[in-house]
Ligand binder design. Structure first.
Ligand code: GLN
Length: 452
């Protein structure tokens, strides 16, 4: 814990944390020592981690990287952080993210950009990916042994890929959403961001479990994920979705993918082509469903109940809502609220939202069909390596394209593991992604352990 606190001091320029809690960390570490001395060590006893600032932490400011929540100190602890702390994990601080987890570059945070610890030869500052960019940068720079992330459409996997670490989005329902600031409730899922696949297995075991406080949390036992890492994938069938070979994909990503395929074959797996025919609609579907749910979830920030309030003498209630929300929400969040409100409004609901739900079902069925013959699917995590800060900023659609390989598994609620498997021509990390059957994190971890 002390070493990591020193590293946080040394890397403050990366802006990976919104709130640092070193005193609390030392206190928690001491309590861990005492527990260990009594022979009562939990699964993560004494291990110092960063918590994405989207998880409510009792008495510790929780901002969701938004101005509107500045100063908000929850009176409760999220279920996932409760589970982690009960298993002995030590909190170093709250990690930076895109505002309300909306983004792929961590440039929408009210608390400023996070800088990727990796650099090109020319030394340009790169994005860490998003939205869990602070979590990824903290782990990559040694400012945390591991971190929590959340993934709605790729926010664990894409920053893991950009920062050269491991990120696991579990099956929807595996980890409780209770106490996590909601973005899109039918997609949001918490998961571990770690240095190794084994660490991800251990941390997921410490986070997961049924929770009566989240009605979508699955009443399914938590297996021993670490035991799944046998290193033996002989006879397993891995699918390669042909629709992911998109036009204009950089050659180095194709090569990374081919290398992964070769490694799996060498290890005795059978690699076969599969088809996910509705892949081309996934991005459009996601960018209707996610903003629709966000517009509804974010209605609660009204200037009364949380954080910032802006009003002048004589203002009506509506004036106060308008001024507080205009001042409290950043540009990307406002854009999503407007898109979401539009697609849910009478007259457009059937044309957009309802249609998106139907396509979402088709995307799920594509995967279900593929998993009739294969155990897991291998694909790139993102179509590129980390890009320069400021790039894609003026073109939201270009930014959304980063999520092309991550949103399908999110829409289908499936587990996805991203792990670093190579470097780009500029020496930046690139990740591959394994997608598994519902509640079969064990298989993606086992195959991931072989690719690592
Ligand atoms: N980049 C996607 C978005 O902007 C995904 C974000 C996430 O998974 N939280 O919505």
């Amino acid at each position: 814990t002390e070493a990591h606190i020193k590293s946080m001091d040394a890397h403050r320029n990366l802006n990976a944390y919104i709130t640092e809690t070193p005193e609390k960390a030392v206190e928690m570490a001491k309590a861990s020592d005492a527990k260990r001395a009594k022979g009562e060590a939990g699964k993560m006893e004494g291990l110092p981690i960063a918590i994405k600032d989207l998880f409510c932490t009792e008495g510790v400011q929780t901002t969701a990287a938004s101005h509107i929540l500045e100063g908000f100190k929850p009176e409760y602890e999220s279920t996932v952080t409760t589970n982690l702390f009960n298993n002995g994990a030590v909190m170093l601080g709250k990690a930076n993210l895109d505002e309300f987890a909306m983004g792929s570059s961590n440039t929408s945070s009210y608390y400023g950009n996070v800088i990727n610890p990796w650099k090109t030869a020319s030394g340009k500052d790169l994005v860490p990916g998003g939205s869990s960019g602070g979590s990824a940068a903290a782990v990559a720079a040694g400012m945390a042994l591991a971190a929590t992330g959340t993934d709605t459409g790729g926010s664990i996997r894409q920053p893991a890929s950009y920062c050269g670490i491991v990120g696991l989005k579990p099956t929807y329902g595996r980890c409780s959403r209770w106490g996590i600031v909601a973005f899109a409730s039918s997609l949001d899922q918490a998961g571990p961001m770690t240095k190794t696949v084994r660490d991800a297995a251990i941390m997921l075991g410490a986070m997961a479990g049924h929770d009566a406080k989240d009605s979508t949390s699955a009443p399914i036992a938590v297996p021993d994920f670490e035991a799944a890492l046998t290193g033996d994938i002989r006879g397993m069938k891995i699918g390669i979705p042909k629709e992911y070979r998109v036009d204009g994909m950089p050659e180095e990503i194709n090569k990374l993918w081919d290398n992964g395929i070769a490694m799996l074959r060498d290890a005795g797996a059978e690699v076969v082509d599969v088809s996910l025919p509705h892949t081309k609609y996934a991005l459009g579907t996601y960018y209707i469903v996610a903003p629709a749910e966000a517009s509804s979830n974010l209605a609660r920030y009204d200037g009364l109940r949380y954080g910032q309030r802006v009003m002048d003498d004589g203002d009506s209630l509506d004036d106060m809502y308008m001024k507080s929300r205009a001042a409290g929400f950043g540009k990307e969040v406002q854009r999503r609220i407007m898109i979401g409100t539009y697609v849910l409004s009478a007259g457009y609901y059937d044309a957009y939202y309802n249609k998106a739900l139907k396509v979402r079902r088709r995307i799920y069925e594509d995967f279900a069909n593929a998993f009739g013959t294969v155990d897991a699917i291998l694909a790139p995590t993102a179509p590129s390596a980390a890009f320069a800060i400021g790039e894609n900023e003026d073109d939201p659609v270009k930014m959304y394209l980063n999520d092309v390989f991550t949103v399908p598994a999110s829409l289908a609620g499936l587990p996805g593991l991203s792990l670093p498997t190579g470097l780009s021509s500029e020496g930046l990390p690139l990740g591959l992604q394994l997608i598994g059957k519902p509640f079969d994190e064990e298989t993606v971890l086992r195959v991931g352990g072989v690719l690592e």
